[in-house]
Design a protein around this ligand. Structure first.
Ligand code: KG4
Ligand code: ZN
Length: 345
């Protein structure tokens, strides 16, 4: 791992248009994220067609600004790493086409990267900390995924389980909508919960004993039931709730149930597989009560990215690009995007 690299990363799998230049998989030279949150907020979720259109409008500028902020041209870059999947097909294609165009024009190698793997490698971007020690138990919690993965070495994954229905972030987003809170739901619920009592309502926890899977649909339905009982006239997700709904308590109790299950199952897997450390990554890893619960309850070190690297960015894509470039990966210029690409290997 002694060879020095400089990788350009590109990410457009969902609603962030992002590019970054990273050295040696750990040192961020430049990192730009153009968020589409404002565009999607009025729909209460990501509107796929609007997302791809916004990516098309911004991708060139984002890549150009990233290179100029890094004070490098493509001649000083070793490879172009781009998110190939999983994600929204129309959004992925925009980043992929941009990366292919740059690779074709410059002769640089093209590396198609798994977005879930990229979330994990966001941890390696925390330069001040020593690299995590294998074997690791990894929890990836984002808007589209909840995955529990055993990582025995770099680029080596055994999927233990994942969500059977809603992803953790999706549950936050849907419940936020139900409570009339803003999109994205995670930060909105976290904020609303600050004034609430997590024990005010005992929401169900789906432990799914004997598996490493998760389920959040029962919890979501339980929140809906609570809301309807108090406001029978309310049409979920259509009208904002009327005054009188105990939003803070509902948010706090819901958040506590999600945190409990995520932390509990991850710690159980850590014990079962005798992992040395835990990695938690993805948008939901920005959740403060989740971070605190992990730090408080885990006996092994828990690594989580800094808040700005929890949600989608291209630095994490470049970080994986570094590992895969050194491992010899070189993709053909006609590779397709993979909207439902599981993390394996
Ligand atoms: O990883 P990410 O940026 O995009 C995907 O790959 O899906 O994750 C976005 C998700 C959204 O569902 C958002 O509500 C959630 O991460 N999220 C949070 C927090 N910040 C973002 N969930 C809980 N608490 C937060 N503070
Ligand atoms: Zn993501």
């Amino acid at each position: 791992m002694s060879q020095e690299t400089r990788i350009l990363g590109i990410e457009t799998s969902c609603d962030e248009t992002a590019a970054a230049v990273v050295e040696n998989g750990r040192h961020i030279i430049s990192n730009i994220v153009a968020s589409q949150v404002k565009i999607h907020a009025r729909y209460g979720g990501v509107f796929p067609e609007m997302a791809s259109r916004a990516h098309i409008e911004t991708i060139h500028q984002v890549v150009a600004n990233t290179l100029s902020q890094a004070h490098v041209g493509l001649e000083a870059v070793d490879a172009i790493a781009v998110t190939r999947g999983p994600g929204l097909a129309g959004s992925l294609v925009v980043g992929m086409n941009m990366a292919k165009g740059l690779a074709l024009g410059s002769g640089l190698p093209l590396l198609g990267i798994n977005h879930l793997e990229a979330h994990l490698y966001s941890i390696w971007l925390v330069e001040e900390k020593p690299e995590p020690a294998f074997p690791l138990i990894c929890l990836i919690v984002s808007g589209g995924h909840t995955e529990l993965v055993l990582m025995r070495d770099h680029l080596t994954y055994k999927r233990l389980g994942g969500t059977l229905d809603d992803a953790a972030g999706e549950a936050f987003d849907k419940v936020a909508r139900l409570l009339g809170l803003a999109y994205p739901g995670g930060p909105a619920i976290q904020q609303a919960a600050e004034n609430g009592d997590p024990q005010s309502i005992n929401f169900p926890r789906a432990w799914l004993e004997g598996t490493w899977n998760f389920s959040f649909s029962g919890l979501k339905t339980a929140v809906l039931r609570e809301v309807r009982e108090r406001q029978p006239e309310l049409e979920a997700g259509v009208e904002p709730p009327r005054p009188g709904l105990p939003i803070a308590n509902l948010a706090a109790a819901f958040q506590a149930a999600v945190v409990d299950v995520l932390v509990g199952k991850t710690l159980a897997a850590t014990e079962t597989f005798e992992a040395k450390e835990i990695l938690v990554a993805g948008g939901v890893s920005a959740n403060q009560p989740l971070r605190e619960a992990f730090q408080k309850r885990s006996e092994v070190p828990v690594q989580m990215p800094p808040l700005d690297l929890c949600t989608d960015n291209a630095a994490m894509v470049a970080a994986v690009g570094h590992r895969r470039f050194l491992a010899g990966q070189r993709d053909a210029l006609d590779i397709d995007v993979l909207p439902t690409w599981p993390l394996t290997g």
